[in-house]
Write a protein that binds this ligand. Structure first.
Ligand SMILES: [Zn+2]
Length: 417
């Protein structure tokens, strides 16, 4: 039994049946016509309760299957996605005088980023459609994740990446067997070319936001946080933001659990962008309905986006939740990578640490109260962009001879109080 009812355009409100069209509302266009997935919440409320979840031994994000748009569960691929750890971090709490800070470590997914939550759902939708060829445009993580799942499903995969995609992400793509098309341009150029190819040749497109099912997978990070916090939702959730799909998806997850009566209040969603790539922050601050396109420039490649594809839903999520968008500099991001590693033992890529940089900034401004419960989402692993994270390191290895005296000479501080 499935619970998917249909889809609704976020701008004009037109409703669609699940098999009517694949991507955005034709009347509103690709940026404003993103669609929201609708479910039979009455049926879900009988299937997903605190009791059924307590008894559920499926420790992956498929434990929330009734809240996911899957029609044929037998098409789910075997990689274990989600149910990632939520770590309390006393060291971070002490730094900023906050009582409760948790890190949701989503680098612990099969391909080391939160994007696996979306790809695992999208591959089911591609198989349900019976397509043979699929595509995606990506700064790297979404595509490397997509390639793992489409390899398992035996789908021919064409990936469009920007010129500056980090080598480890390209390595993942190639190893999973995808055909990689490196576009002479940035992510926004790759996105447009991918959409044109998909339309012309009928490939199934996993590119973010225009495919309405991706946010559904991503929302499971929010569902897990509620369950891991014993049904007491946090006050603030900090998420790094490029296109805005994780941000809006997680907000939808919290709202759905609230609607189902599983949590009693909702968090404020704080979207953190890199200063050189902050169209949502600009739109937020000028109270605009739409983002002005810009040329992104940041070390955090995963959120280096000039035209946020999920901007309508993302701006709505910040508004509805009483949250906001904020920008951090590349220096603040680099310092957050180091802080996260040393204070919480979590190794994040630059975009993965941007959310923590956002918390540091807002905590210093006194925006979070001492007793507020704060969750910071780490979206991708540090090994994804080793050149980027090495910029956060000020020290180099010390060269020593195979000789203890030489060792002692090189590290005098180990022997003096
Ligand atoms: Zn519409």
């Amino acid at each position: 039994m499935h619970t998917l009812l249909g889809l609704k355009c976020v701008s004009c409100g037109r409703e669609f049946t699940p098999d009517e069209i694949d991507y955005t509302c034709p009347a509103c266009g690709p940026l404003t016509g993103t669609r929201e997935v609708l479910y039979d919440y009455r049926a879900i409320s009988k299937l997903l309760t605190r009791k059924t979840l307590a008894q559920n031994r499926e420790f992956s994000h498929w434990r929330y299957l009734p809240l996911l748009p899957v029609l044929q569960p037998e098409k789910i691929q075997p990689l274990s996605v989600g149910w990632t750890p939520l770590y309390r971090s006393p060291q971070l709490e002490n730094q900023w005088g906050l009582e409760r800070v948790w890190i949701k470590d989503d680098s612990r997914n099969p391909t080391a980023s939160l994007k696996d939550r979306a790809s695992s759902v999208a591959v089911v939708k591609a198989l349900e459609k019976g397509v043979g060829t699929v595509t995606a445009a990506s700064t790297g993580n979404a595509a490397s994740s997509w390639s793992a799942f489409t390899a398992l499903a035996g789908l021919k995969t064409a990936i469009f990446v920007p010129q500056n995609a980090p080598r480890p992400k390209i390595a993942q793509l190639l190893l999973f067997g995808a055909t990689v098309l490196k576009v002479n341009g940035n992510y926004d150029d790759a996105f447009d070319l991918c959409c044109r190819a998909a339309e012309k040749w009928g490939w199934y497109n996993r590119s973010t936001a225009i495919n309405p099912y991706l946010g559904e997978g991503k929302k499971t990070a929010a569902l897990e946080i509620c369950e891991q916090l014993n049904w007491e939702a946090p006050d603030y959730v900090f998420v790094s933001v490029g296109d805005g799909c994780i941000f809006q998806g997680m907000w939808k997850g919290f709202k759905e659990f609230y609607q189902l009566g599983l949590i009693e209040r909702l968090p404020k969603m704080i979207g953190v962008q890199a200063q050189g790539s902050a169209p949502l922050v600009r739109a937020w601050e000028s109270r605009a309905e739409r983002c002005e396109p810009l040329q992104p420039r940041t070390i955090a490649d995963s959120i280096s986006v000039g035209v946020p594809r999920d901007q309508v839903k993302a701006l709505k999520a910040a508004r509805e939740s009483g949250g906001r968008f904020t920008a951090v500099s590349d220096e603040e991001i680099l310092s957050a990578i180091s802080l996260l590693a040393r204070s919480a033992g979590v190794f994040a890529e630059p975009a993965g640490a941007a959310a923590l940089a956002g918390l540091k900034k807002l905590a210093a401004q006194g925006a979070c109260g001492r007793q507020d419960r704060v969750v910071v989402v780490v979206t991708g692993h540090g090994l994804k962009d080793i050149d980027g994270v090495m910029q956060a390191v000020s020290r180099q290895p010390l060269q020593v001879e195979n000789d203890l005296e030489d060792v002692a000479e090189k590290i005098p501080s180990f022997f003096h109080c």
